[in-house]
Each structure stands twice: as structure tokens, then as C-alpha cells.
Design a protein around this ligand. Structure first.
Ligand SMILES: Cc1cc2nc3c(=O)[nH]c(=O)nc-3n(C[C@H](O)[C@H](O)[C@H](O)COP(=O)(O)OP(=O)(O)OC[C@H]3O[C@@H](n4cnc5c(N)ncnc54)[C@H](O)[C@@H]3O)c2cc1C
Length: 278
């Protein structure tokens, strides 16, 4: 199918992009286009204007600041996948990256686009939540920060206002105590996950603390599993699986019962990763 007609503008600055979003309430930002163009072609979305943000300088950087790592909205998946800083300081994202689509998609797709799009089966929103990170949003009143726990508000919905752009994400840099776990089940490598789990924890003596589990593909948003987190912090894997209170719905990939079963399988795999090399 072909998209409905739309106008196109290339924003040269953040101010220009914000002003255009304010003037054209049904406009869409164009980043890597790897999700947006498909939704236009399928006529799931018919904006009258695309605002291309690829020409805005400074949004494609990965920087370290005071114990955190800032990843600009226009950092491509492939750039993050090859980044020594991401490998060293954000190993959870490094682990997740090869499971996102295929190389051609990762060459164009951006971290900002993936998180703003908020596909419930996408890896990066769950990673941001598991890392306890935050989103920097820029709008007509300047910048504001939204915690990952508050960012994903519904199916493909976020706390971004219609006239705001996601300009960066910030996540804590890993320390020697940081443990990460990541697993997903997909029909073929590169497909969206049927179910997945991203996790972080802190090695604490012989145990774990600050466990954060973020499931994806099993609800409208990435989902924390607080009771299971507490059980894992006590080393109780069976208890963590028994406490899983996810309520997935059937989708085109699997039934709710299958997804619930797979979430338990993933939790056991990820728990083993978190406890490894403790
Ligand atoms: C065949 C195929 C397989 C894929 N498999 C996976 C997969 O396994 N896992 C996965 O996570 N993704 C997958 N994707 C999607 C891919 O990761 C996308 O790149 C990503 O979801 C969106 O990033 P983008 O930069 O392409 O955004 P775009 O497609 O340009 O934009 C997506 C949406 O986000 C908005 N947006 C973009 N940037 C911003 C911003 N800075 N601020 C506010 N809003 C913004 C746009 O307006 C649009 O509504 C796949 C895509 C394809 C085509």
C-alpha cells in the first residue's frame, strides 16, 4: 500500500522542530523511519506533515557524565551496538541490541524512535525500565526529565506531550557490582519477541539487591514484576516464578497462557544470568 499524502519538512534545530510540532498538531517526527514508514504505508497513521529530525545537530552522541550515560535520541541502533562505551558502561543495552530486527533496520533505527514509539514488544523500552533510567523531553518550555517508571503510559503511549521531542535517555553507568540479564523468545531471530525480559541487579555479598525486572511482549507496556524482584533478592527463583502476576492477552504470536508460561521460562534464564559470576 502507499501512504496517504503528506507534506515534509526537515527541521534544522530543536527549536524549529518544537515550533513545527506546536503548529501542526497531527504532525509526526521522522527519525529512522523503520516503524513510522510501515505505519504510514499500512495507513495506520495519516499525518499531514512529517518533520524530519535527522538534520538536528548534537542528538547522535553517547556521553558519560557523573556516573550516568546519556544516549542522544538520534543514536542509531548500529552505533550503540558498536559503541565501546555502551559495551562497557551499559552492558544490558549491548546485550539486547543484536536481537532488534536485522542489520539494515539497526543501521537506520534510532534509540529515541524506539523508546518514543513504545512498542510493547520492543527491547529498548524494557531495557530503559530495567536500568531505572530517564527520558529527557524537550518542548516549548525547554527540557524536562521523565523517569522510565512514569514514561510508558499505555499501548504505544508515553508521557511525552504532543509538542515534545524525546532528545536523550540517561541511564546509570554499570559498576563492578552491576549484574544484567536479558532473554527473549521470538519465532525467528530478529522478529519482535513473543515475550522477553530485561533485568538489572546489584551483587550484594552473596545475594542480589536492587533487582529490577522489566518484561516485554506480555502487556500494553514494559512491565515491572515487583514481587518476583523481592523473591529474587532472597535467592528464591521458584518463589519469583510463582509470584509472577502478569496478565498477558492473546496476540497474533501466542495465546495469553503461552506467554505467561514463557515469562516463567525467561525469568529462570535471567535469574541464572544475574546470579552468574556473583
Ligand atoms: C522488519 C522490522 C523488524 C523490526 N524488529 C524490531 C525488533 O525486533 N525490536 C524492536 O524494538 N524494533 C524492531 N523494529 C523497529 C525498529 O527498531 C525501529 O527503528 C524503532 O522502533 C523506531 O525507531 P526509528 O528511529 O526508526 O523511528 P521512526 O520510525 O522514525 O519513528 C517511530 C515513531 O516514534 C516517533 N519518534 C521518533 N523519534 C522521536 C523522538 N526523538 N521524539 C519523539 N518521537 C519520536 C515518530 O514520530 C514515530 O511516531 C523493526 C522494524 C522493522 C521494519
Amino acid at each position: 500500500m502507499k501512504p496517504a499524502p503528506f507534506a515534509y519538512k526537515r527541521a534544522r534545530s530543536l527549536d524549529e522542530a518544537v515550533a513545527l510540532l506546536g503548529e501542526h498538531r497531527d504532525a509526526r517526527l521522522l527519525a529512522g523511519g523503520q516503524s513510522l514508514i510501515a505505519t504510514l504505508n499500512m495507513r495506520l497513521s495519516a499525518p499531514t506533515l512529517l518533520i524530519d529530525i535527522n538534520g538536528i545537530a548534537g542528538l547522535d552522541r553517547i556521553t558519560r557524565n557523573n556516573g550516568s550515560v546519556e544516549i542522544g535520541a538520534l543514536v542509531r541502533h548500529a552505533q550503540a551496538e558498536r559503541s565501546a562505551d555502551i559495551a562497557r558502561h551499559v552492558p544490558l543495552i549491548a546485550r539486547a541490541m543484536p536481537t532488534i530486527g536485522h542489520p539494515a533496520i539497526r543501521n537506520r533505527g534510532t534509540l529515541g524512535g524506539s523508546i518514543a514509539f513504545a512498542d510493547p514488544a520492543a527491547e529498548l523500552p524494557a531495557c530503559l525500565l530495567a536500568l531505572g533510567g530517564e527520558v529527557e523531553a524537550t518542548g516549548p518550555n525547554g527540557k524536562r526529565v521523565i523517569k522510565a517508571d512514569d514514561f510508558f503510559t499505555g499501548l504505544f503511549e508515553t508521557a511525552l506531550a504532543p509538542d515534545e521531542l524525546l532528545t536523550a535517555i540517561r541511564v546509570p553507568a554499570a559498576t563492578a557490582q552491576t549484574r544484567t540479564g536479558f532473554a527473549e523468545l521470538a519465532r525467528r531471530h530478529g522478529d519482535y519477541a513473543i515475550a522477553g525480559l530485561a533485568a538489572t541487579a546489584r551483587a550484594d555479598g552473596k545475594g542480589l539487591s536492587d533487582v529490577r525486572l522489566a518484561f516485554f511482549g506480555v502487556g500494553a507496556t514494559p512491565l515491572r514484576a515487583n514481587t518476583s524482584e523481592a523473591a529474587l533478592a532472597h535467592g528464591d527463583i521458584d518463589g519469583a516464578v510463582a509470584a509472577l502476576d502478569l496478565e498477558p492477552h492473546d496476540d497474533v504470536q501466542a495465546t495469553a497462557a503461552t506467554k505467561k508460561h514463557l515469562a516463567g521460562v525467561l525469568l529462570r534464564r535471567v535469574a541464572a544470568q544475574l546470579m552468574e559470576a556473583r
